[in-house]
Design a protein around this ligand. Structure first.
Ligand code: IFM
Length: 533
């Protein structure tokens, strides 16, 4: 039996660490192995397995194993202390030194928002506690407001991305890691996650105590970051890395620009809301952040940020340079579901000059902001970018699976789903030597419940539009929405939505539905399924 305490533990009993540790051991020794095992089983059942179940009926047991694996790993690797967050590899290995990335906000948080909103709140509180470090980073770079670190450790540390990475295959010299300097979308990703959390929970206390302040401080950063281009009378963001980390020094990365604009627009809405409903809180925040002085600047810059538009092929350009670069055939590098094959032949500087994408970039934008782009743009962009994507990051496959499912590309979606589940469960387990991929675990839940289960937050409202894979007979899941528990059972013919407790409203194919308290409603989806073929 082990009992480990350190000086940063909260709720330490009075007395020294040794004493605390010995007392804990003595308490545990009152129970024998079987009793402790039973206690552990009880807690896992009550806290995890019986809460928000996901049940898949299919000829194959693998999908159920995958979702159980993901839920187990998420539970086991998430600290229950807001001063800490989820490492990219959780606690399963030393890759990325335990640091936290945007993986939490964009890929893992949906699971917590819909299943354990209290844990989601703590994960976001971590960013609130990180404002000090984010101010440090902004100041260091001559910006204002809060610029969140690309890699984060202890909240007040600020940026912790290492400066140097592995050796370049051509020069033999260590490669400089630029993400800590120019991969800046993390600041908007945090704002995005806060808005998702607020929509799903309506947690006003969090909004007023922490959430709104983060949004306002983030918008201050973006307003100071934007660059005016007088030739076009517009604001641009040059020299960044977007989600596609194979493009360094990109100008006007679409994902970064759209997210920055959205962040500023949210801040404007927050100011208007606070002035109206909570003037005292507005005044307190104004005192801290000089909101009165910056509001007009936000309005001007928010409307004039350059947002890359679809080109003649109906494709959103990833950035100003990408579409003019040479294209190579990536098929040989995509074999065997292995990562980074491309580096056997090219170094990063060479890849930078080719149309090669590491992970969903434009496609992630189209997924997160789906209401802003029609199906044609999403389909054209998929057809353009997917063949140019190596999926060398574990964050890539799940986004592709969800987007393909939304676009009614059932077989392709399932293919991506299966590959994504294999990230830490498949034959090529070598990928996990430095630890498993927590964002991929979040991705398994996202593909299952958001993708096939059809759950999405659209303009603050819940939408449920399932696309059950042909290989599955049914999918049953539960989610929390606005303090209600919702159960959805999907088959190829119908979906049944039940509210356990308070009633729930949701949208399906443009129509609003209301499930009364403790009741169910049934929607026929067999027609959609037939159209899909
Ligand atoms: O955050 C990711 C990044 O997008 C791709 N490389 C790995 C990081 C940690 O998972």
């Amino acid at each position: 039996m082990k009992s480990v305490y350190t000086s940063i533990d909260q709720d330490l009993e009075k007395g020294d660490l040794t004493q605390t540790s010995i007392s804990a051991l003595r308490r545990d020794c009152l129970f024998n192995y079987d009793e402790l095992l039973q206690k552990s089983i009880r807690i896992w059942n009550q806290e995890i397995w019986q809460k928000n179940t996901v049940e898949i009926e299919a000829g194959d047991v693998k999908p159920q194993v995958a979702i159980n694996f993901a839920r187990y790993q998420l539970a086991a690797n998430t600290p229950r202390d807001a001063r800490m967050n989820i490492g990219a590899k959780g606690l399963t290995g030393e890759g990325y030194k335990g640091h936290t990335f945007w993986d939490t906000e964009i890929f893992i948080l949906p699971y917590y928002i819909f299943n354990m909103p209290n844990v989601a709140r703590d994960l976001l509180k971590y960013r609130y506690l990180g404002l000090e470090g984010a101010h440090k980073k902004a100041e260091f770079n001559n910006y204002k407001g809060a610029q969140f670190p690309w890699e984060a450790a202890w909240p007040s540390d600020g940026e912790t991305t290492p400066l140097w990475g592995s050796a370049d295959i051509v020069t033999g010299k260590p490669m400089k890691i630029l993400s800590g300097f120019i991969e800046q979308h993390i600041t908007s990703d945090i704002v995005f996650a806060i808005m998702e959390y607020l929509s799903a929970t309506g947690d006003q206390d969090f909004a007023l105590e922490m959430g709104y302040e983060i949004i306002l401080d983030a918008a201050k950063f973006w307003a100071s970051r934007l660059e005016y281009n007088e030739d076009y009378d517009r604001y641009e963001i040059t020299d960044v890395i977007g989600p596609d980390e194979y493009k360094e020094h990109a100008d006007n990365n679409a994902f970064t620009n759209y997210m920055a604009q959205w962040c500023i627009q949210k801040a404007i809405q927050v100011v208007n809301l606070l002035k109206e409903d909570n003037p005292d809180i507005y005044e307190a925040l104004n005192e801290k952040l000089d909101l009165n002085d910056i509001y007009d600047e936000w309005v001007e810059k928010g409307t004039k940020i350059y947002l890359p538009q679809p080109n003649e092929l109906g494709v959103i350009p990833q950035d100003d340079q990408y579409l003019n670069k040479p294209i190579i055939d990536l098929e040989p590098y995509k074999l065997n579901n292995q990562l980074s094959n491309i580096f056997k032949d090219y170094n990063l500087a060479q890849i930078n000059e080719l149309q090669i994408t590491k992970q969903a970039d434009v496609l992630l934008l189209l997924h997160l902001f789906e209401s802003r782009f029609d199906d044609e743009i999403r389909r054209n962009s998929w057809n353009y970018y997917e063949p140019k994507t190596t999926h060398d990051s574990s964050l890539s496959l799940s986004t592709h699976a969800i987007l393909a499912s939304d676009l009614q590309m059932g077989d392709t979606a399932y293919d991506f789903y299966e590959k994504a589940c294999e990230t830490d469960l498949g034959k090529h387990i070598g990928k996990s030597v430095q630890g498993i991929h927590m964002a991929s675990c979040g991705g398994i839940w996202n593909m299952t419940v958001e993708g096939f289960g059809g759950i999405r937050i659209m303009n603050g409202k819940l939408r449920i539009e399932p696309h059950l894979p042909a290989a599955w007979d049914s999918l049953k899941y539960q989610i929390n929405w606005q303090k209600s528990l919702l159960q959805v059972v999907v088959t190829h013919e119908k979906m049944v939505v039940s509210a356990v407790g308070k009633g729930v409203e949701f949208i399906n194919n443009g129509q609003e539905y209301q499930v009364p308290t403790n009741s169910s409603i049934e929607i026929d989806i067999s027609v959609e399924e037939k159209v899909k073929g």
